[in-house]
Design a protein around this ligand. Structure first.
Ligand code: ASP
Length: 341
């Protein structure tokens, strides 16, 4: 019943969403009072605009994001842990072909899918991550297994696949990750490369990143952050982005906040974006809003496109981005927000 009510609010809010072509560094609709549990999610930042996406796709994205929020909300409301909520929500988004994570992962230059994910607990700063895996249905579960059942933080490639399979996680044939849209996108870039000798710079494309991420606060006051992606279309030479790197794409510390990033990974790695938000809060005493906005503004100045979601231990969220869109949502008791642009 509550879930149905929240769903309707979500649709309503998404229909009222405002278009911000210049990018946004603040979220006026996020409530400022504290909550004892909350969840914030993203479905990637990029250069989509309402007209290029179309009504049907807007509706589909809104529905999946709303369903993800409701799933996480139901767990947190009943006293579930932030870790379980983050894994549940990200795995749900990974199973959707709409996002560049899990099922909908983009293709590498060689026509493969190489998936990255990470998770971090704010309670003890336990962390786990996988990079360039190819056989596990839900990379976020593989990252969680690394965190909870290994002495390591980051496992890569075949070894990471093997570890996850040994842990009993669902294995899929590599063909599971085929989607026509992503294949066509790769073919378009490859033929452009053949014609011109190089592909467009990232900044020049009507480009949607599509990574997914979540940060949850549970009733025990613990934060967890997670991120999952297929990386960037046409990536090669075993390129790995920020999403599986703790401190760059994902970070959580109960003293400050949890963060999940999305955008042009190389910049997020070089500027340690996720950890930078939490460090600004601890060293400068900034609020989550101010710290997150400053980091994303600074990133834009050096050419880094993207955004992040952050949530502090009072349930305050920040969702800044410097692109024309970032698919995002927030849920807390009696509050839900889903916006795309
Ligand atoms: N940050 C991801 C990467 O660089 C891409 C994304 O967020 O969409 O691999």
């Amino acid at each position: 019943m509550v879930a149905r009510m929240l769903f309707s609010i979500g649709i309503l809010l998404s229909l009222c969403m405002s278009c911000n072509q210049g990018g946004s560094t603040s979220e006026p609709d996020i409530p400022t009072q504290g909550f004892d549990y909350a969840l914030v999610i993203h479905g990637g930042a990029g250069f989509s605009n309402p007209s290029s996406l179309g009504d049907l796709k807007i509706k589909q994205y809104t529905q999946v994001l709303t369903e993800a929020l409701n799933r996480g909300h139901d767990m947190l409301k009943d006293g579930g842990t932030s870790e379980d909520a983050v894994v549940e929500v990200i795995a749900f988004l990974e199973d959707s072909p709409l996002f560049n994570a899990g099922k909908g992962a983009v293709f590498t230059h060689d026509g493969q899918n190489e998936l990255d994910a990470s998770i971090m607990n704010g309670r003890d700063r336990g962390a786990g991550a996988v990079a360039a895996i190819r056989q596990v249905k839900n990379p976020i579960k593989a990252a969680q297994a690394v965190m909870n059942h290994s002495e390591h933080v980051l496992l890569t490639s075949d070894g990471a696949d093997q570890f996850a399979i040994d842990q009993g996680l669902e294995r899929v044939d590599t063909s599971y990750f085929f989607t026509q849209d992503n294949w066509d996108r790769l073919q378009g870039i490859l033929s452009q490369e053949r014609e011109t000798g190089s592909s467009d710079r990232v900044e020049d494309r009507d480009w949607k990143f599509g990574t997914v991420g979540a940060v949850a606060l549970d009733r025990s006051g613990n934060l967890t952050a997670g991120t999952s992606t297929g990386g960037m279309t046409n990536k090669r030479y075993d390129r790995v982005g920020d999403s599986p790197l703790i401190g760059a794409g994902t970070y959580a510390d109960n003293k400050t906040c949890g963060v999940s990033c999305t955008g042009h990974g190389e910049y997020f790695i070089r500027y340690g974006v996720a950890a930078d938000v939490t460090h600004r809060m601890s060293y400068l005493g900034e609020s989550v809003d101010k710290a997150a906005a400053e980091v994303i503004r600074n990133l834009k100045e050096i050419g880094g496109n993207g955004g992040l979601i952050a949530l502090d231990t009072n349930g305050h969220a920040a969702l800044p981005f410097n692109t024309s869109s970032m698919f995002r949502g927030y849920i807390a008791p009696d509050t839900i927000l889903v916006e795309l642009f």
